[in-house]
Design a protein around this ligand. Sequence first.
Ligand SMILES: Nc1ncnc2c1ncn2[C@@H]1O[C@H](COP(=O)(O)OP(=O)(O)OP(=O)(O)O)[C@@H](O)[C@H]1O
Length: 870
Amino acid sequence: MRSPRTAVATEVASALGQARGAARAAAAGAAEALADSELRLRNTEDDVLRLRDELAVGLAAARAVSTDAAGTTLAARTATIRALVTTAAPGAASAAWDGWTPSRPERGTAPALYRIGAVSPDIPALLPLLDHAHLAIEGDPTKAVGVVATLLLRALGGTAPGGLRLSVYDPEQLGGSLAGFAALSPAGLASFYGPGALTGLLDELVEEIRRIHETVLAGEYTSLRELAATTGRRPEPWRVAVLLGDGSIGDSVDDLSDRQRAQLDRIARTGAACGVHLITVGVPTTPAETVDLDNRTTSVTGPMRISLDPAPPAELITRTCRGIAEIVAAGPAPGVFADLLPEKLWTESSAAGLVAPIGEAADGRLVDLALGDAPPHALIGGPSGSGKTNLLYAWLGALCSRYSPDELELYLLDFKEGVSFARFARGRRDESWLPHVRLVGVNVNSDREFGLALLRFLAGELRRRAEAAKLHEATKLEELRTEDPGGRWPRIVAVIDEFQVLLTTMRDPVSAEATDLMEDLARRGRSQGIHLVLASQDIGGIEALWGRSALVSQFTLRIALPKARRMMAENNVVSDVIPRYHAVVNPDSGVLPANKVVRVPDAGSRQVWEDLQRRLWGMRSPDAPEPILFDGSHVPPLPRHTPDGGRDPVAWVGQTIDVQARPAHVRLGRTPGRNLAVLGTRVGEACSVLGAAVLSLARQHAPGTARFTVVCLEPDAVDAASTVIGHLWSAGHTGAALRDDVVEVLRELAADDSGDPHYLIVYAVDAAASRLAGQGHVNLRRVMQSGPERRTHVLGWWRSVSRLKDDLGGTAAKLDVVGAWVALDVHGNELASLYPGQGGPAWYPRENRALFFDRAHHRVPEIMIPYEVH
Ligand SMILES: Nc1ncnc2c1ncn2[C@@H]1O[C@H](COP(=O)(O)OP(=O)(O)OP(=O)(O)O)[C@@H](O)[C@H]1O
């Protein structure tokens, strides 16, 4: 397939050819009338303007003989050529030196043609070079060096800084005016060779061509031009070798040894495909475009004579080259995220594994990361700011563009403060989400339980997959997918950033369970297509893993960012020396020979990411679920739907910290103890818990079929209690009453044996201790003890456990009437008497979190988030 640039080059050559042909046709068509003109034409060939004038005269004469379209054709061709110059030799490739500056070409591209002069004011003389041709210049050496300088400066100005390297062989030191190009040398972009160095230079070029053929084109592409057109990337610079021979190399052309000649021919034959080009002066070279300075013709312009442009001013050469060298010395430009994306989205199958690139190696090839049977899990390390988040974005972008959500599901958890994964879920600014993501956890730094919940969920999925595999007699995911072609078995990747938070050295129940689950997932997830990607900036975090050899040995894919510690084998310290924006990828547990250094593109820019996410989002299936977003800093609102408790009414008290964000609920059936106690001094949270419980209960009763009596004994809670009453009334429960005569209320309820559902909600029960003393307390205990069987339930808030105990009988209190409790700012040891285990649960109060326990339901308490109730 021809590239657009080749097509353009060919078209220009052909247009010029046709222009010549048109001129010839005009002359031939009116042979007699033009005989005189032809004679004059030959005599004035060096003046294209006059040539055209002569043609015009000839054409006028010809017109008398026959109508001839040749003149029109010539004009049309001239216009075409001018238009083509704009596309084939834009900016620096053809602009006049006065005001000339380098162009900003599109990445990896170079102009097809370069101007060295003109055949007429309208028709420039253009020559192909980069990716297309070698040039052999014959004739006056001084003029030749001027043409070389013109070509080199135009080529440098038409390519990106660093995209073109020069080698100048100048044994006779003829190329004085090329001295300015030496300013490229400090950046390694130009080398000058003196006498005796020709063999070395030719060998070097041949070796470059061989390397590019073998390792870059690698049988997949016929040329770098084709590779760049297909992939949009240009992994190798162009190389231009100038051989200045003064009509000969050394004393005469014959001085080229047979070997040198063979090497030169080899370069001429095979170099252009690898971006290696020759510009020879006085050294016959084939194949090459030729420039004959004596006759002022080129192989492209044919016999039309050209007037050469002046050589570029020396000062312009030096300034341009210095500028390029400075840009290159400042370091490589960051890679480009788009390079990681495939030509077509969502075409890959994950049956055998997940393979996606994260950046380029030094040879320009993309480096893939693979997750599958081996390696199954990845460990990413690097200090803060070294680019872990960016690397994850790059990797996830490459994965999600290759694999559809039926092939890949993501669970993403970030234990850092911040919201790096929030962009994958629907946001206020951007309604799109990444369709592969099932769960995003952000700001979970103090909610280790959420990490645990994710691991539990994955463990459940592992069990489900293992059972399915057993049923189909499959030993791994790939086989299961073959045996169960109708099933949906995407690979699952769970990314946990700052995972060490889960594995604190403190062996508390959360970290003990998390470690066990992680070990199990790491060991058995491989065959069930569940892959863990753990990232950490904390050396201690990595070290915490080191102590758990069963766990760490499963993480054979290691990715170390600059200055990462303890990620690789002991003697493997390459991450100490890689520059920023690079990573060492090692799929073999960090052993030295398996290192690959990768330049990771900038994938963090919102714009770049959003463009991709929107495309993928647009491709999602209409019934694809939205990712669940767990934001630890967010207070969830009370869900709007009605609880489905089955036979018994259910009171929602908050949101559990789990992957489904389920409501934590208390079932209020007709069995003893079905009351709720909220414990602690935080007024707002206590009101939220009671409010959520009442409003969720109210939705399950048709208006008039249940009674709600609210008693508020804490002035700071009156507004919240009134709001609850307002909601109850608007829901049709117009019998709901806000009362303050707590003694009377309890007396009525203790005597009520109607069996109608009745909920007594008391804010700060303990505030009425003195009023209740005696019969009041007796009634309270009676209501709590025998009420539930008559469908009367107490939802009460006490400001401490001891006050609850006092209200229920002091040391003789029967606490089994409190079937469920929610503890706010109450320490675990204070809850010992309400808890079946030894010494109280491990609970350290924190804001916006509560500990919830229902003795009919829980073995251990669970942490929940009180809902926001307006
Ligand atoms: N390959 C890259 N190209 C360009 N910029 C990058 C690249 N990698 C990282 N950066 C930039 O460097 C900064 C730090 O990167 P990043 O947030 O990924 O680091 P981190 O290791 O996740 O840091 P932390 O652990 O503190 O969150 C960001 O501004 C990011 O945009």
